[in-house]
Ligand binder design. Structure first.
Ligand SMILES: Nc1ncnc2c1ncn2[C@@H]1O[C@H](COP(=O)(O)OP(=O)(O)O)[C@@H](O)[C@H]1O
Ligand SMILES: [Mg+2]
Length: 265
């Protein structure tokens, strides 16, 4: 049976969709079969990041309503053949998804895929509840800002009420230059504040902004964000505890120059 992992957060815009896609891509590159589900109905954009928006014939609601077979709604990644997405629709924002049917759908997917990653909406609402209820694990995404961590703490207490494993916290959009100057919270401080393990750290990356909406898979292959995603995927897959070093390029004499350039641009 595959692992069903809900990706949740307190604040919106902290990177859940980006992480669902990036983590899925890295797991798929490791040879795992991966299905991504967009449960952020209405504000869905996983299909866009995936590059699937023009290929969608059926969506999550169609699957749940029995209007199509699951495999008719799955879109395969153009380059990574073991990576699929099941999109949701902007127009289904007011449709109530049946808990039982979603549970059944995700269980069927988990019997076929090694990983089912569920991109949830932000905060605490019915679809987050559904996502957590239908998963066996949860990942909590934060950025190194107090407001994000404070909201994440509230979601964490909700997660604890569910019968699932909490897989840990992912700290996204970490600025190595600010960390090096002591101007940003470190992942250790965040782990302390949330009394939880940090399973991955992802740097702030200019590439993601440039690529979003039109992800050129090959062109970002060497970007440090991909290395960080690979590290995160290895941790999730094998339980290892390696943390991407966002400060590396900002240490030493050259690092000081980079820090100052970064500050002035
Ligand atoms: N590590 C990162 N570096 C730079 N931009 C990022 C990073 N992670 C996410 N973003 C950007 O932040 C915005 C929100 O990300 P998204 O994944 O949609 O958040 P959420 O799903 O939590 O609402 C997007 O424009 C995305 O490109
Ligand atoms: Mg999102």
């Amino acid at each position: 049976m595959g692992r069903k992992i809900a990706v949740v957060s307190g604040k919106g815009g902290v990177g859940k969709t980006t992480i669902t896609f990036g983590l899925g891509l890295s797991l798929a590159k490791m040879g795992k079969s991966v299905c991504l589900i967009d449960l952020d109905i209405g504000l869905n954009n996983l299909d866009m990041l995936f590059g699937a928006q023009d290929k969608i014939m059926f969506d999550l609601a169609d699957c749940i309503d029995g209007k199509c077979r699951i495999k008719q709604a799955l879109v395969r990644h153009e380059k990574q053949e073991n990576l699929y997405v099941l999109s949701s629709s902007k127009s289904d924002v007011f449709t109530e998804i049946s808990e039982l049917k979603l549970n059944l759908l995700l269980s069927k997917l988990a019997s076929v895929f090694d990983f089912v990653l569920i991109d949830c909406p932000a905060g605490i609402n019915r679809n987050v509840y559904l996502g957590l209820k239908s998963s066996n694990e949860a990942l909590l995404v934060v950025t190194p800002h107090i407001a994000s961590i404070s909201d994440a703490d509230k979601v964490l207490s909700v997660i604890k009420g569910f019968d699932l494993n909490f897989s840990g916290v992912i700290v996204n959009r970490v600025r190595g230059d600010m960390l090096a100057k002591g101007e940003s919270l470190s992942h250790k401080q965040i782990a302390y504040l949330l009394k939880s393990e940090v399973v991955g750290v992802l740097p702030e990356s200019d590439q993601i902004n440039v690529q979003s909406g039109n992800l050129e898979y090959k062109s970002i292959n060497k970007d440090e964000i991909l290395l960080a995603f690979d590290m995160l995927a290895t941790n999730i897959e094998s339980g290892r505890k390696q943390i991407f070093d966002c400060q590396k390029q900002y240490r030493g004499f050259l690092g000081m120059i980079r820090r100052n350039i970064k500050r002035s641009v």
